[in-house]
Design a protein around this ligand. Structure first.
Ligand code: SAM
Ligand code: SF4
Length: 328
């Protein structure tokens, strides 16, 4: 197969090149926009083993996946993570180009250098506020270990982006402050619109700070110029000529038309969209000894049936799986 062309194509002609793999539904944080108040963790026996994860990844890389992102829950909670990254690193010869991770970074300090050595290319780190009280109110945990994790990633030479979910009544007034904080450290920052994916009933449209509002807040302080839109879900802007921010406007301006990603939950369900109501179980096939070809048939079929996305079905998603279990 030509490595630059993905065979994983959906009925709307969108080829898939990115795969997000959730390593665990567990998390040491309690972000209110993500977690239910009393999360019920999945039994460990239901989670894919690293061998199962690497097998699925190998099959999908051979079919066109170029970029794998490890996520969760909190991926740093999964024991053996460094070995898992090293095993994925071995797929580079088969077409894998990038291994990334999304993390709250609170446990990153001792792991940043080993992860880099194992093959991790870059990190997205969630940072909703650089103001300790706001951070703790939103995540239920202190800010200091996260800053230590960010510092360790920088020291290890791991490129990183900061991701901030904005909630109007929490950090909604800190857009400029967080931008200044990140810019002073030379760290790229992306604001994420609050998506209707948490515990059913908690999301409120009034709490979403839209891309237009984010830009209005930034323009009161900075000169902000839009950059041409690429395949990235974030629209990028140059701030005062020397710093870039991104805005992921899934709610006000969905990027479904160019979506090139797939997701696998910690229990091995393939979700073709963050907003899909159901997934396709790969774990059963894996544990019943299915051949690679049968696994691939199931994956291709599920990918083909991928719907247009949030762009056509806006609003809260009613489903048994929440964001931390899906893998954001
Ligand atoms: N624990 C890791 C972290 O927080 O980075 C990885 C998993 S988390 C589910 C992945 C991303 O999803 C985070 O950047 C988080 O802010 C984002 N997220 C969670 N719930 C969200 C929501 N309701 N709307 C928008 N983004 C959300
Ligand atoms: Fe945990 Fe990440 Fe969800 Fe926060 S956003 S509760 S850190 S999984």
């Amino acid at each position: 197969m030509n490595a630059s062309v993905s065979n994983l194509i959906d009925q709307h002609g969108r080829r898939k090149r990115k795969l997000r793999i959730s390593l665990t539904d567990r998390c040491n944080f309690r972000c209110r926009y993500c977690m239910p108040e009393h999360p019920q963790w999945l039994p460990k026996s239901q989670l894919l083993s690293f061998e199962e994860i690497v097998r699925v990844a190998r099959v999908m890389v051979a079919d066109g996946i170029q970029h794998i992102r490890l996520t969760g829950g909190e991926p740093l909670l999964r024991r053996g993570l460094v070995d898992c990254v090293a095993a994925l690193d071995a797929l580079r010869g088969q077409g894998l180009q990038r291994i990334s991770m999304t993390s709250n970074a609170s446990l990153l300090a001792p792991l940043a250098a080993p992860l880099k050595a194992a093959g991790l290319d870059d990190l997205n780190i969630s940072l909703d506020s650089a103001e300790p009280a706001t951070f703790e109110r939103m995540t239920g945990r202190p800010l200091a270990p996260v800053i230590a994790g960010i510092d360790a990633a920088v020291a290890a030479g791991l490129p990183l982006k900061l991701n901030s979910v904005l909630l109007r009544d929490d950090n909604g007034a800190q857009i400029v402050a967080l931008t200044e904080w990140a810019r002073a450290r030379g760290l790229p920052l992306r604001f994420i619109e609050y998506m209707p994916l948490d515990t059913p009933g908690r999301w409120q449209r009034e709490q979403v700070v839209s891309e237009a509002e984010i830009l209005a807040a930034l323009r009161e302080r900075f000169d902000v110029q839009a950059l041409p839109r690429g395949a990235d879900p974030a629209t990028r802007y140059v701030v005062d000529g020397d710093y870039q921010i991104g805005i992921i406007s899934t709610v006000s301006n969905p990027f479904c038309a160019s979506c090139d990603r797939l997701r696998i939950t910690a229990t091995g369900e393939l979700y073709t969209c963050l907003f899909a109501q159901t997934g396709t179980s790969l774990r059963t096939l894996l544990r019943e000894g299915a051949a690679d070809a049968a696994l691939l048939d199931t994956i291709r079929d599920a990918v083909w049936r991928k719907k247009a996305g949030y762009v056509t079905e806006r609003g809260p998603v009613e489903r048994p799986i929440t964001m931390h279990a899906m893998g954001g």
